[in-house]
Design a protein around this ligand. Structure first.
Ligand SMILES: [Zn+2]
Ligand SMILES: [Zn+2]
Length: 271
């Protein structure tokens, strides 16, 4: 049993796809013996102003700050958010990033379409040129990384959740190892970390995103910053898979994982 359990990716009722309150999340994490957690509600740039994301992020911040006070000394509560589809509206992405005070920002890519209509591309049932789309996915991640206003890259290899887990098309990311190398090198050069997203363990992928080989590779290239997050949208998933991913980090040769406070990385023993 680890002493230093941190779940750095959780969605509260201030995300469109979750119904759990920040307080219940904190009580659950405390019950499970966690030392800390980050609430990281969705800020999807392609619909931010029209789909209540702006109000949700304001409420998320309010609820999380309140929990931070309430749980002080019992559980470290970190105010974060998950910004996604940055490329679809840079002005808005800048506005969201610059106008709020958070501890921690996850930068994610949930769809590679440039318009609202093609968002959730990976849900498409039409035949697709997978190689081209994966290349596009990595290109967009690199573009987002050059923009840079986030701390860690969310769930690298995310398309596997749709291609393999939903559509049952086997896909080995090893064939994209050159592209993954480029992404990892750029993240390291620009001072960004990665997260290990444990949701793959429970969503049919069979391993976290990214999986062990890429975590090892990140380390070989000099990467030091890794947060671990369950991406929980339900109470029963809070903290799920975090201990397994701490084991995985050790296997990859790491001694420390990371969490963020005030946008600064803190390194904590994998203990
Ligand atoms: Zn995400
Ligand atoms: Zn998420």
């Amino acid at each position: 049993m680890y002493k230093n359990l941190f779940d750095c990716h959780i969605h509260s009722e201030n995300s469109h796809d979750s119904k759990i309150s920040v307080k219940d999340i904190c009580l659950q994490a405390e019950k499970l013996g966690f030392r800390g957690l980050a609430i990281t509600d969705h800020a999807e740039c392609q619909g931010y102003l029209g789909c209540d994301y702006a109000a949700n992020i304001a409420n998320s911040l309010k609820d999380t700050r309140r929990a931070k006070e309430e749980f002080e000394g019992r559980l470290q509560v970190i105010c974060g958010f998950e910004i996604a589809q940055v490329l679809q509206d840079y002005d808005l992405a800048n506005l969201i990033s610059d106008s709020n005070t958070f501890d921690f920002v996850i930068g994610s890519l949930h769809g590679i379409g440039r318009t609202k209509e093609t968002f959730e591309y990976w849900n498409s049932t039409e035949p697709v040129d997978i190689d081209r789309k994966i290349e596009d996915y990595f290109d967009q991640i690199m573009e987002m990384t050059r923009w840079g206003k986030f701390d860690v890259l969310g769930h690298l290899t995310y398309p596997i959740r749709y291609i393999t887990a939903y559509h049952k098309i086997p896909l080995d990311f090893a064939r994209y190892s050159d592209l993954i190398d480029q992404v990892l090198r750029l993240l390291i050069e620009t001072g960004h970390g990665i997260e290990i997203n444990t949701s793959g363990l429970r969503q049919g992928v069979g391993f976290p995103m990214p999986h062990l080989p890429w975590v090892k590779r990140y380390r070989e290239l000099g990467g030091e910053i890794i947060t671990i997050g369950s991406d929980a949208h339900f109470l029963e998933h809070v903290g799920a898979g975090v201990a397994e991913c701490m084991d995985m980090m050790k296997q990859a040769g790491y001694k420390y994982f990371t969490y963020y406070i005030d946008r600064k990385p803190h390194f904590e023993l994998l203990d």
